[in-house]
Design a binder for this molecule. Structure first.
Ligand code: DGL
Length: 272
């Protein structure tokens, strides 16, 4: 049984997972949260499955050593492989792809676009989960090879962001002029939702699965009697890249001020 006093672990290939921390802090303000962002090895979305699994195991081992009670995989790319690593850990791991698919199913959408990393798009994971409940829904994946990295580089270079969106989302918008719903299928992407709205107003419904992932975690902790109802809500950040950048981005995203931001050794990719 999870220990109510233990922290919630959140991990991402980079800082996109902050968009999930935001929802967790909103919904569960008393919970301690430990965030691990592997900015050094980002993007995971252009790597092989074996490599992603190798890096993911090292991230999860790190969180295990912090005695987390549950983990939010705040990364779509890593979430597509959840069945391959959940059996190795005693704590429950929550996939953001499951959360995004739950959103589509709840809304009963007939067609939906998925803007994601290349790996997530090629995995067919959203299609599979959505089709379990809505077999007729048309799912249109669109991979973006560079967008997550552009965001991770900081500075929010509007020209680079817009160019990448035109070269990726532009195809989807052109091919399906009546498509109005889009899952932000990479946790970095809610940070550029204004760019998407400005360039492609046809997408009137942008779905950020983070709120549903946070709700599913809350419901799980309630069921397990493992909610921390009188905790301090301490937030600690661990990054494998730039501490100052990760600290400043907590502010940018609207998170609680972290109690600490610490540099930790990066997971080692395959063959290194
Ligand atoms: N935020 C990660 C995701 O949701 C980005 C992955 C990457 O860096 O490749 O997929």
């Amino acid at each position: 049984m999870p220990d109510a006093k233990a922290p919630i672990g959140v991990m991402d290939a980079g800082l996109g997972g902050y968009t999930v921390v935001k929802e967790l802090q909103r919904l569960l303000p008393k919970e301690d949260i430990i965030f691990l962002g592997d900015g050094k090895n980002q993007p995971y979305g252009n790597r092989s499955e074996k490599d992603i699994l190798c890096l993911t195991h090292q991230c999860l081992d790190f969180l295990k050593d912090k005695y987390v009670k549950v983990v939010a995989v705040a990364c779509n790319t890593i979430s597509t492989l959840i069945d391959k690593y959940q059996p190795d850990y005693e704590f429950r791991i929550f996939s953001i792809v499951q959360a995004g698919s739950t959103d589509v199913i709840k809304l009963g959408l007939r067609q939906v676009g998925i803007l994601s990393t290349v790996f997530t798009a090629n995995s067919g994971c959203y299609d599979r989960l959505i089709h379990q409940e809505l077999p007729r829904t048309a799912v249109y994946p669109q991979g973006c090879p560079r967008l997550a990295r552009i965001i991770e580089d900081g500075g929010f270079d509007q020209e680079r962001i817009d160019t990448e969106l035109r070269e990726t989302l532009g195809h989807l918008a052109q091919a399906h002029p009546d498509l109005d719903s889009l899952i932000l299928g990479c946790t970095h992407f809610p940070m550029v939702s204004e760019n998407i709205r400005r360039l492609y107003p046809q997408f009137t419904r942008l779905i950020n699965p983070a709120a549903t992932q946070a709700r599913l975690i809350k419901e799980y902790l309630e069921r397990e009697n493992a909610l921390d109802s009188d905790g301090k809500g301490t937030f600690r950040v661990y990054t494998t890249s730039d501490c100052e950048f990760y600290r400043s981005m907590t502010d940018h995203v609207g998170l609680k001020t972290p109690a600490s931001v610490e540099l930790v050794p990066a997971p080692i990719p395959l063959g290194k």
